[in-house]
Design a protein around this ligand. Structure first.
Ligand SMILES: [Zn+2]
Ligand SMILES: [Zn+2]
Length: 338
């Protein structure tokens, strides 16, 4: 099992629960852990390790350490409140990941490429939808907009939200026209910012995807120009959807400055904060030495592998966890005999 060396560096400004990578005012505390417990921080920027796993008032829980099957595990089984992975080098991003730039929190709704069918398959975007149900041929299903039954492969009847009964199905063409009419969008060269309300089902509030894969073809729902490899992000606080369209680029920079491909006006975002990079159809993010960092939310418990080093963050505390394996007795003995 070995032990964990945990170094917690806390920025001493309580303002936003952010960590300023350019500051000098830190408090550093180090721990050697070989049993389960919980790391907390009190109002005086002081962190402590508590072997008693009960949570207390007035202190912030940073994370807990469990031992499962002889291995250290970080985080609760089902829900992790506010623990993030620091994006240091390029890191792959997948659907449903949540990323944080400064104070801005963005959820990855989908990653799509018109040429790559498996990526366009619309899964789990609305929480309970697994697959798109599509009628490609004449059926008894009825479109909730035009009340028609006729359909074909280029204009299928789709079920894209949680609605059921007589409002379950809608024609691709009818939905696209309806979305086009009500979509409120601001378009810049590489980013379209859409009012989230305007791309939701009015009844069940599910998000409509940017692209639908019906099993035989890929159909674009949002009437956006030249939509190629793109990432759909949800800004939950602002109720907006950001569609980042790579067009002919493989790297898109995001930041507050004009020099970034995609501009986000938010005071805690650096001039060039991070880059989205596409390589072999996969999407990566890379922090560009930003002041407040780029983080990826830890959404489930994380096992710590042998000799692994992990860089985490909770509020204004940066956490480095290093696993140190126990030296093997046999190896020591062999060395001694030689
Ligand atoms: Zn219709
Ligand atoms: Zn609906």
């Amino acid at each position: 099992m070995g032990e964990l060396i945990v170094t917690i560096t806390t920025w001493d400004k309580p303002n936003y629960e952010l960590f300023d990578g350019e500051s000098q005012n830190y408090r550093i505390q180090e721990y050697l852990i070989n049993e389960p417990g919980i790391f907390c921080r009190n109002g005086e920027n002081e962190t402590f390790f508590d072997q008693n796993l009960s949570r207390k008032d007035g202190v912030r829980t940073l994370f807990n350490v469990r031992i499962d099957d002889g291995q250290f595990v970080i985080g609760d089984k089902d829900k992790i409140e506010d623990l993030w992975i620091q994006s240091k080098n390029e890191q792959q991003i997948r659907q449903n990941d949540v990323i944080k730039l400064g104070k801005k929190v963005l959820k990855v709704l989908s990653i799509s490429n018109e040429n790559n069918l498996h990526l366009t398959h619309y899964q789990n975007v609305a929480s309970q939808i697994e697959n798109v149900e599509a009628s490609l041929f004449e059926s008894s299903n009825m479109c909730r907009i035009c009340l028609g039954h006729t359909c074909n492969t280029s204009n299928p009847l789709l079920s894209l939200c949680r609605c059921c009964g007589s409002t379950k199905y809608v024609h691709y063409d009818c939905l696209k026209t309806w979305l086009f009419g009500k979509m409120q969008a601001k378009q810049t060269q590489y980013c379209t910012e859409i009012n989230a309300k305007s791309v939701r089902c009015e009844i069940c509030q599910s998000f409509y995807p940017s692209i639908v894969y019906t099993g035989t073809s890929v159909l674009a729902l949002y009437n956006l120009e030249n939509l190629k490899y793109h990432v759909v992000l949800e800004d939950i606080e602002n109720q907006t959807i950001l569609v980042l369209n790579f067009k002919d680029l493989t790297t898109l920079t995001v930041g507050r400055g004009h020099e970034s491909n995609v501009k986000i006006s938010e005071i805690t975002i650096s001039r060039t904060h991070l880059a989205f990079v596409v390589r072999n159809e996969k999407l990566y993010i890379e922090d560009k030495n930003s002041k407040f960092g780029t983080l990826i939310k830890l959404q489930k418990a994380r096992r710590i592998e042998k000799n692994e080093t992990l860089f985490l963050q909770s509020g204004r505390s940066r956490i480095m966890i290093k696993h140190k394996a126990k030296p093997k007795r046999c190896a020591l003995l062999c060395n001694f005999l030689e």
